[in-house]
Design a protein around this ligand. Structure first.
Ligand SMILES: CC(C)(COP(=O)(O)OP(=O)(O)OC[C@H]1O[C@@H](n2cnc3c(N)ncnc32)[C@H](O)[C@@H]1OP(=O)(O)O)[C@@H](O)C(=O)NCCC(=O)NCCS
Length: 175
């Protein structure tokens, strides 16, 4: 039985992609994908300079650490998707868990199961690294993104995020 027939939540069409480690050389392709998302009104970094800095640091750390996940999805056209995550310990008094920081797929290839493939591989790696929970944060008005995580078995967690606005603290954060 194929994976699609086996799972009630499999996407409607599937595209063959190669999943591979992201390398420092992927930086520009990742930034281009992020800019496409921003241009299409999807959730992106919103700040290329900050995203470039964070990505450069993340990609330069290598792949020896089992708790770090920097995955790319590639077709003949090049890099079409990515997922970045990391096992973090003792955050907010919680047990170590995997965090998915960012996941994105080229707009023309969305709804083809690419992010689901990336998520499955990330969860396999987090599990291998010894954690039993994976977490993420999503803007509450990003319904398609919430749906994606829900389709991948994410549910409301045990923590609630709280925040306070500081006077003169507006640094262009998206709502
Ligand atoms: C969210 C995102 C990563 C999903 O990638 P994707 O490859 O299209 O996701 P999949 O094809 O694996 O989708 C799996 C399931 O998630 C749900 N889903 C995905 N995109 C959806 C959308 N736009 N609307 C509603 N449900 C959606 C569906 O249930 C889908 O299954 P189906 O196709 O059988 O209906 C992609 O839309 C994206 O790159 N968005 C812009 C960047 C972003 O916002 N990233 C998340 C925050 S970092």
């Amino acid at each position: 039985m194929s994976e699609k027939e086996n799972s009630p939540r499999s996407p409607t069409r599937t595209i063959a992609v190669l999943l591979r480690e992201l390398l420092p050389e992927d930086l520009e392709a990742l930034i281009a994908l992020d800019q496409l998302h921003v241009a299409m009104g999807e959730q992106g970094s919103g700040d290329t300079k900050r995203w470039r800095k964070a990505l450069t640091r993340f990609l330069s750390q290598g792949h020896e650490d089992e708790g770090r996940v920097a995955l790319g999805a590639e077709t003949e056209e090049g890099l079409v998707g990515y997922l970045l995550g990391e096992v973090r310990a003792f955050e907010f008094g919680s047990e170590p868990c995997g965090w998915v920081f960012s996941v994105g797929v080229h707009p023309h290839l969305q709804k083809s199961g690419i992010a689901t493939s990336l998520m499955r591989e990330a969860c396999r790696r987090f599990s291998k690294a010894g954690v039993s929970t994976v977490r993420t944060m999503v803007r509450r008005n990003q319904i398609p993104v919430l749906r994606f995580f829900r389709a991948n078995d994410f549910t409301g967690g045990r923590f609630v995020q709280l925040e306070k606005k500081l006077e003169n603290g507006n640094r262009g954060e998206q709502r």
